[in-house]
Design a protein around this ligand. Structure first.
Ligand code: UD1
Length: 340
């Protein structure tokens, strides 16, 4: 079985990708420092997969320790690099930590990949690189805008690093940059899902935690945008679909079909407002959600959704799970947590 290192493999998207890799016949190997994930993820993975996934408790910025992973694992076919900090607000408070962790770890990883002759990388990027776009939907050719947060800038910088590396003489590392839109939902078993430490910043975990009584009420940030109902528009992609996109990207590289650097939007191609998410959640669960409308959140983009054509045409990747089903899985996961 071909080994794929999954940095941040104990995280939200990482853990779902570990499942998808294993189910596709790869051997995922988790590299994670558990700084924003829990040990219980490993139990969930064990329950879903019926086997133990190898785990290295390593900070990707610790080069000596990370080198030890490459030494221990021997032949590695590719790397998926999820490990990063991702809280927009926190990045404004602690920019250096974000540059160190997100940009620094990519540099360490690339040096080690060169050292060990591992040439396939799939990188977690974000639609945040588009900033506030002039036109919708955004294609991969839509110009990027100055980032509105240090977090966003780290994603842009990492993309730049990978593009520059692809031009360097003798470079053999190929990378696929996946620009995620808004991942939501959980594994259908309800055994792994999104569980940020502390109060969630993201919409769907806040919604499910409110419905479960962990939070008083949801605040809808802004209802005066120029959108169908005044709330922000996002492209919510089911996390299992997003996980599958990574497997497709890895396979493309192993099949020798990938160019030196390639970029794909990974979204559904459809935009939904925050209020539509709330209404759909109420429909799925059959109970009203306590929410109020509040002021806009600083740094929010009014509306963004993907043109998903390139991923469909080049990768043959299409999303399969819609908003209702995705929210149903998020709720199942929340109920499992609540019943623990
Ligand atoms: C943000 C980043 C994205 C990043 C992601 C990681 C931007 C533009 N986007 O996504 O790049 O990968 O975080 O966490 O920087 N909302 C509420 N009430 C809440 C929470 C959210 O109304 O309690 C609204 C927000 O205003 C937004 C939508 O829900 O319109 C989605 O918010 P969120 O889940 O935080 O994701 P983004 O901000 O889109």
């Amino acid at each position: 079985m071909k080994k794929i290192l999954v940095t941040g493999g104990a995280g939200y998207i990482g853990s779902h990708t570990v499942v998808a890799l294993q189910e596709a016949g790869f051997q995922p190997v988790i590299v994670d420092d558990f700084s924003n994930s829990r040990e219980s993820v490993l139990e969930g993975l064990r329950a879903i997969l019926g086997t133990e996934v190898p785990v290295h408790r390593v900070d990707c910025n610790d080069k000596a320790a990370f080198r030890g992973v490459f030494e221990a694992e021997g032949e590695v076919a590719g790397v998926i690099h999820f490990a990063a900090f991702k809280a927009v607000g926190e990045s404004v408070q602690k920019p250096l930590a974000y540059f160190q962790n997100n940009v620094g770890s990519l540099l360490v990883l690339l040096e080690l990949m060169q050292e060990f002759g591992v040439n396939n990388l799939v990188f977690s990027s974000s639609c945040t690189v588009y900033g506030v776009p002039d036109a919708l939907p955004v294609t991969e050719e839509t110009p990027t805008k100055p980032a509105s947060s240090p977090y966003g800038r780290t994603k842009q910088m990492c993309e730049d690093i990978l593009r520059d590396l692809s031009q360097a003489p003798g470079n053999e590392v190929k990378s696929i940059l996946l620009r995620y839109f808004n991942p939501i939902g959980a594994h259908p078993s309800g055994k792994i899902g999104e569980l940020p430490l502390g109060v969630p910043n993201n919409l769907v975990p806040f919604v499910t935690q409110t419905a479960a009584g962990w939070r008083e009420e949801l605040t809808v940030y802004g209802t005066d945008y120029d959108t169908p109902d005044g709330s922000c528009v996002r492209d919510y992609i089911y996390v299992g679909d997003l996980a599958r996109a990574h497997v497709v990207a890895v396979q493309r590289q192993l099949d020798g079909k990938a160019a030196d650097v390639e970029t794909f939007n990974v979204g559904t191609g459809q935009g939904n407002t925050v209020l539509e998410v709330v209404k759909t959640f109420e429909k799925v669960t059959g109970q009203p959600l306590r929410y109020r409308t509040g002021p806009r959140r600083a740094g929010d983009v009014p509306a963004i959704y993907a043109d998903a054509t390139r991923a469909a045409e080049v990768l043959g990747f299409r999303t399969e799970v819609g908003l209702e089903e995705a929210l149903a899985t998020a709720w199942r996961w929340q109920q499992n947590l609540t019943n623990e």
